[in-house]
Design a protein around this ligand. Structure first.
Ligand code: GLY
Ligand code: MN
Ligand code: MN
Length: 435
């Protein structure tokens, strides 16, 4: 990663702030059990501005005529480094990451009170971490106490994430490059899973193929818990047990993507366990694919955020009528929301450092227009649970198809094309071809 990119982002945020001081801490470490921790993952906002991924760190930006970016981080500690590995320490971090100054994290509370004095605005995102909120309020109170000696504490607190959300919505070249690599690795993992799939194998075995491919290719790991859902489990949207055997004649839905250089891919493919779609499975699959194609066609600059969803809904509602899942008219199904029984989620979300990435979907009450550099998922589905009023052949068929799109000046580019999607491509790959 090019460190000047992070410095440029800090400079842009400082300019947007205009005045005041921003405090952006990274994520805390979380205990898993006794003295072992969950794998550490930095906070995405903090990382976006710093490129620094050690825990126990905080970024402080001071706006004004002479803007400054300060890092607070762990000190060098020869003994701890034997146990936990390398830590930069303030001096090396300042040098390597291009901060104006860096200090031990232990000095933050004291320095923060001093830094807050004479600042009109504190840019901080309250309510996300109670420990940090407590530290910040304590520092504010110390600055206020100091006000009796003539210094003034900030009179205003603004949510720094609001400005950062806007910045994070439009991906720069470095981010797009990382997302392309995350997408390529994740597509390879889906191909590997399709090849490995066969009746009698277990969902966790297929999950292991995905994880193997992620790590083999150098990704940090999965960007979220992989969903490997055979048969009826595909109708459970957040199924992550992944422990059932895969049966001949069922579909397998896999929703999995890796995190690479802190950026996520988020791909879903659905395919037959035995490599050949049954006529009923094919009907539902082709419907979801047509809905996805309609949605992708609606991803273009100037189109509102909701356009892909509306396009997918119309195709899905018509298909549900054709399949005798619903009765009446398309407009009737859309108006009454009857389609929600079989399609209960939205058609996408922003994608980036977080799987469900930062950014508002509405601006002043209206859907946000898409613009070049935005990245989003397009993921319609259809989930048919067994029920007396549903045609028997369609029971327990759950299909979702999810791709990652980059909005371009002329429309969009699908970053995840390399994961087979047409019936013919899936069946060819599973038959031993190299689709
Ligand atoms: N994998 C999470 C999602 O599709 O939104
Ligand atoms: Mn998604
Ligand atoms: Mn997904």
């Amino acid at each position: 990663m090019d460190m000047s990119t992070f410095a440029d982002r800090r400079a842009r945020l400082l300019e947007t702030m205009g005045r005041g001081i921003a405090v952006i801490p990274t994520a805390p470490e979380r205990l898993r059990s006794r003295d072992s921790h969950h794998p550490y993952r930095h906070d995405s906002y903090f990382y976006y501005l710093s490129g620094f991924s050690e825990p126990e760190a905080c970024l402080v930006l001071v706006a004004g005529a002479a803007p400054r970016a300060l890092l607070f981080c762990r000190e060098k500690d020869a003994e701890r480094e034997v146990w936990d590995g390398f830590r930069h320490g303030p001096a090396a971090a300042r040098e390597a990451f291009g901060f104006d100054d860096a200090f031990p994290i232990g000095s933050l509370d004291e320095r923060l009170a001093e830094l807050l004095a004479e600042q009109p605005v504190l840019h901080y995102s309250l309510g996300h971490d109670a420990d940090w909120d407590g530290r910040i309020v304590a520092a504010l109170n110390r600055a206020r106490a100091g006000a009796r000696g003539g210094a003034r504490a900030p009179a205003e607190i603004r949510d720094v994430r609001a400005a950062l959300d806007e910045m994070r919505l439009i991906k720069d070249a470095q981010e797009i490059a990382a997302m392309r690599r995350a997408a390529a690795i994740s597509c390879a993992a889906h191909r590997r899973a399709m090849r490995a799939c066969a009746p009698g194998r277990f969902e966790y075995e297929i999950e292991a193929e995905l994880l193997h491919e992620f790590r083999r290719a150098g990704a940090e790991g999965p960007a979220y818990a992989p969903i490997v859902a055979g048969g009826a489990s595909a109708c459970i949207l957040h199924y992550v047990d992944n422990r059932r055997p895969l049966r001949d004649g069922e579909l397998l839905l896999i929703d999995a993507g890796c995190e690479l250089d802190s950026y996520a891919a988020d791909i879903t493919r659905t395919f037959p366990v035995n490599g050949k779609f049954s006529p009923a499975q094919r009907d539902v699959y082709e419907l979801v694919l047509a809905a996805q194609q309609a949605a992708i066609a609606a991803v273009a600059p100037g189109r509102p955020w909701d356009a892909p969803h509306e396009a997918a809904l119309r195709v899905l509602a018509q298909g549900m009528l054709d399949l005798k899942l619903l009765a009446g008219s398309v407009d009737g199904a859309l108006e009454s929301g009857a389609y929600r029984r079989f399609y209960m989620h939205r058609t996408g979300h922003w994608l980036g450092l977080d799987v469900h990435d930062a950014g508002e979907y509405k601006v002043d009450g209206a859907w946000r227009p898409l613009a070049p550099g935005m990245t989003l998922t397009v993921e319609p589905g259809c989930y048919i649970r067994a029920a007396d009023d549903v045609p028997r052949a369609l029971w327990d068929i759950g299909v979702r198809i999810e791709d990652n799109a980059l909005v371009t000046p002329g429309g969009c580019e699908i970053l995840t094309e390399a994961a087979p999607k047409s019936v013919a491509a899936i069946e060819a790959l599973m038959a031993g071809g190299d689709a």
